[in-house]
Design a protein around this ligand. Structure first.
Ligand SMILES: [Zn+2]
Ligand SMILES: [Zn+2]
Length: 264
């Protein structure tokens, strides 16, 4: 299984990165590569095309409905519906998200009430703890703490080095520290955790985001094999989140940047 960071800017696109989007790929026993996009935030459809033809996506998993995580689903719909010449997918693309995803996406695209995007997008509502199968991978949502309904997603799939072995990637979505995050992070190989807030600066604002330190605490308490900090807004010092995490977590820590590949 492989994680490629498509966009990792927190809360809005930054000068060097689109907003949240992560491409997770795994090969099945027949050698077919399966492609999952976790979130498709503002600006992410552009760089995604350097990695994968959007027609070849097998599923999209949306952590929550803030624009920095879903805005480019509108563009994806245009691509799937109107791309000249090329063969389509054959079936609507499964999109998994919180309750209300279908109506929100339709509204964002400008459809009238009663119209839907079901001709090209098959929207499914996450059921907490219930795995969704995508080829050799399973995606399991965990409810986390954010001002709107939000999920972290645990992706389990075959190891790239030894396909007989199963590996686990956990993506926090947007969340503050909570039980759901702790359950999401338990025993994972890689924890991809947001760290939008800064210790000292944002201490009074709880229930929205992690700091680097709180991301590190989740990695440490879960026994994560490594930590990737992400969703750092352009106004933050980019190295600070990893430095905060390193104060409380002994494992390897990387800071997400577009194009970063993590092989599991
Ligand atoms: Zn966000
Ligand atoms: Zn958010």
């Amino acid at each position: 299984m492989r994680l490629t960071v498509v966009g990792c800017a927190g809360s809005f696109p930054g000068p060097t990165s689109a907003a949240s989007c992560y491409l997770v790929q795994a090969d099945d026993a027949d050698g077919r590569t399966w492609n999952v996009a976790l979130d498709l935030g503002s600006g992410a459809l552009g760089p995604l095309q350097r990695l994968c033809d959007p027609v070849d996506l097998d599923a999209v998993g949306l952590s929550h409905l803030h624009p920095d995580h879903v805005a480019d689903v509108s563009g994806l719909y245009v691509y799937l519906k109107y791309r000249p010449g090329g063969p389509g997918r054959g079936a609507p693309l499964p999109v998994h998200g919180p309750f209300g995803t279908a109506s929100r996406l339709a509204e964002a695209y400008g459809l009238e009430p009663g119209e839907s995007m079901a001709d090209h997008l098959a929207v499914h509502v996450w059921q907490p703890g219930s795995p969704v199968r995508v080829g050799p991978m399973t995606l399991t949502p965990f409810a986390v703490e954010h001002p709107v309904p939000a999920y972290g997603v645990r992706v389990e799939g075959p190891s790239d080095a030894d396909p007989e072995q199963r590996v686990v990637l956990a993506y926090s979505g947007d969340t503050d520290a909570c039980d759901g995050l702790d359950r999401l992070a338990a025993g994972v190989d890689v924890l991809l955790a947001e760290a939008a807030f800064v210790e000292g600066r944002d201490d009074a604002i709880r229930g929205i985001h992690l700091t680097g330190r709180r991301a590190g605490e989740a990695a440490a308490s879960g026994g994560a094999g490594s930590l990737v900090v992400t969703h750092v807004p352009a106004w933050n010092d980019p190295g600070l989140a990893a430095a905060e995490a390193a104060e409380v977590y002994d494992g390897p820590i990387r800071t997400a940047e577009p194009g970063l590949v993590v092989v599991l």
